[in-house]
Design a protein around this ligand. Structure first.
Ligand SMILES: Nc1ncnc2c1ncn2[C@@H]1O[C@H](COP(=O)(O)OP(=O)(O)OP(=O)(O)O)[C@@H](O)[C@H]1O
Length: 231
């Protein structure tokens, strides 16, 4: 579903990505780990088509991102670390606004069902966003991704700043989405979450993918050891 082929990115003279090769089959959750500045966000931005590669290419479901952005955009959604929504609108209104913006005209009933599926309790649907926690905002972000019917959901640091309960709820939602055939690609520093939710992990160092493989029954301690040896 996701492929990076000899992908490289230079910012001026700085080589942020060095010939990255990556393959994520459909229905997997890929967790990309690495120190600050390793190149994780750059990789996501190249898949999103927000950056142009300096070399190589990214493909989504076989379509090259920079060749046909309309097609690839229709297959993907992005949930940033802090989901930017309108504070003066409620959760349902935000979802309605953003799903319309991406060209959909879903019924209110359907949008309510998406918010509930994303784990947002119904009593919060009509509360102003300004009263939402980070975890609740993220649930609206998941609902927006669902309203787009995205096949692939990219996430940047999705569990950063979430309390253990919000993290557990988020993990459960990710697992449900993947069980329905979605593909998730996330950049994260959260090793526990990576083994919990990830079916594959990648470890980056200074723009290179040093390790990539299935998590299988790797424990968090084993992944931490592998991470520390790799970086
Ligand atoms: N717009 C930019 N201009 C110049 N350099 C940049 C730009 N964006 C990123 N970089 C550099 O590219 C490298 C990779 O950055 P990137 O944000 O992809 O790392 P990251 O792994 O996501 O880090 P973090 O964990 O801190 O989010 C870093 O050295 C960063 O300083």
């Amino acid at each position: 579903m996701l492929e990076a082929i000899n992908l490289s990115k230079k910012y001026g003279e700085h080589q942020a990505l060095k010939s990255l090769n990556l393959n994520v089959p459909a229905g997997e959750t890929y967790c990309l780990l690495g120190q600050n500045g390793a190149g994780k966000t750059t990789t996501i931005n190249l898949f999103l088509g927000l950056l142009k590669p300096s070399g190589g290419k990214t493909l989504i479901n076989g379509v090259e991102v920079n060749m046909d952005k309309n097609t690839t955009n229709s297959m993907i959604a992005y949930i940033p670390e802090v989901v930017q929504l309108y504070g003066n609108l409620n959760g349902l209104e935000n979802l309605e606004f953003f799903s319309r913006l991406s060209g959909h005209n879903h019924s209110k009933k359907w949008l309510v069902s998406l918010l509930s599926k994303a784990g947002l309790k119904e009593k919060h649907h009509t509360k102003k966003l300004s009263s939402y926690s980070k975890g609740m905002r993220q649930k609206v972000g998941v609902a927006i991704a669902l309203s787009k019917n995205a096949q692939v959901i990219f996430m940047d640091e999705p569990t950063s700043g979430l309390d253990p309960q919000a993290t557990a709820e988020f993990t459960a939602i990710c697992k449900e989405l993947v069980s329905e055939g979605k593909t998730i690609f996330m950049a994260t520093h959260d090793i526990f979450n990576a083994v919990n939710v990830g079916s594959r992990i990648g470890i980056m160092k200074e723009g290179e993918l040093i390790h990539s493989g299935k998590t299988l029954d790797l424990t968090a301690i084993e992944l931490q050891d592998l991470y520390l040896k790799t970086i």
